[in-house]
Design a protein around this ligand. Structure first.
Ligand SMILES: [Zn+2]
Length: 233
C-alpha cells in the first residue's frame, strides 16, 4: 500500500460542503494530490460491485484531512472531478443530442466550466423533519453509507431502504438498523418522500451542467455531463 508520501504534492482544496458536516474538521486542513499510475489501477478496475470500496481506498490515498467514509456525495463527486481535471484533462468527450437541432453530436465539454454548489453555511445536522406522525432526525448521506449499503445489498434483497435508514439519526437511544428499516418499510410513501427530499434539498457539489457549441447548427446550449469515474482511463 502506498504511503501518503510526497507531502509536498498535496495542495489545499475547498470542498463544497465547507466541512460543515465533518465535526471539528478545519476546512483549511483539507489537501489533495493528483493521481499516480498506481492510483489509476483502482479506477481502471472499477465496476458496480467495487465502486464504493475502490473510491474509499483511492480517496484515502489522495486526500488529507478527513476520513473518506465521512465524505458527502457532493464532496466525493467534487474530488473526482478535481482529479479528472488535474490528473488528466478538463476536456471530456460526450455523445449527446443537440437541444437546438436535435441531431446527434459528439463533442468535448470543458469540465472547468461546471459550477459547484456549496452547502448552505448555516446548515446543521441532524435536522428534524416533521412527518405525518411525529418526526425524524436526518443527516446527509456519505460515501461510507454507500459502501455499507452495497455490503448490505449483497446479503439482502435490496439496499434501497437501507441507504435512507443510514440517514436517520436518533441520538442517545440509537436504534438498530433493523428497527430503522422496519420503520421505513411501514412508512407512507408521502413521509418517505420527505426523507428522500432532505438529501435533494441539501445537495451540493458539481451541478454537472456544461455549456457546449453544436458542431452542426452552431447554436450554444447546455447539457448534463454523464460523468463516470471509470471513464477517466
Ligand atoms: Zn445543433
Amino acid at each position: 500500500m502506498e504511503e501518503k508520501v510526497n507531502k509536498e504534492r498535496f495542495i489545499p482544496i475547498d470542498l463544497p460542503s465547507g466541512c460543515i458536516t465533518y465535526d471539528g474538521i478545519d476546512p483549511k486542513s483539507i489537501k489533495i494530490r493528483p493521481l499516480t499510475a498506481g492510483d489509476e489501477v483502482l479506477l481502471a478496475e472499477i465496476n458496480a460491485s467495487n465502486m464504493s470500496r475502490n473510491l474509499l481506498t483511492l480517496i484515502d490515498r489522495i486526500l488529507i484531512g478527513v476520513k473518506p467514509e465521512l465524505l458527502t456525495k457532493g464532496d466525493t463527486t467534487y474530488i473526482m472531478l478535481w482529479e479528472m481535471i488535474n490528473s488528466y484533462t478538463n476536456m471530456y468527450p460526450v455523445d449527446a443530442v443537440c437541444e437546438s437541432c436535435f441531431r446527434r453530436i459528439s463533442i468535448q465539454v470543458d469540465l472547468g466550466t461546471i459550477d459547484s454548489i456549496p452547502l448552505a453555511k448555516d446548515f446543521i445536522q441532524p435536522r428534524e423533519v416533521k412527518l405525518s406522525e411525529g418526526s425524524v432526525n436526518l443527516r446527509l448521506l456519505t460515501l461510507g453509507d454507500e459502501d455499507a449499503t452495497y455490503i448490505y445489498s449483497k446479503e439482502n434483497e435490496s439496499g434501497y431502504l437501507y441507504t435512507y435508514a443510514c440517514s436517520i439519526v436518533d441520538g442517545e437511544a440509537a436504534s438498530p438498523m433493523r428497527l430503522k428499516l422496519i420503520r421505513l418499510a411501514n412508512m407512507s410513501t408521502q413521509d418517505f418522500a420527505k426523507i428522500k427530499d432532505f438529501q435533494i434539498e441539501h445537495a451540493h457539489g458539481p451541478d454537472m451542467v456544461a455549456p457546449y457549441v453544436c458542431p452542426k447548427c452552431k447554436e450554444e446550449g447546455k447539457l448534463v455531463v454523464p460523468f463516470r469515474f471509470d471513464k477517466f482511463v
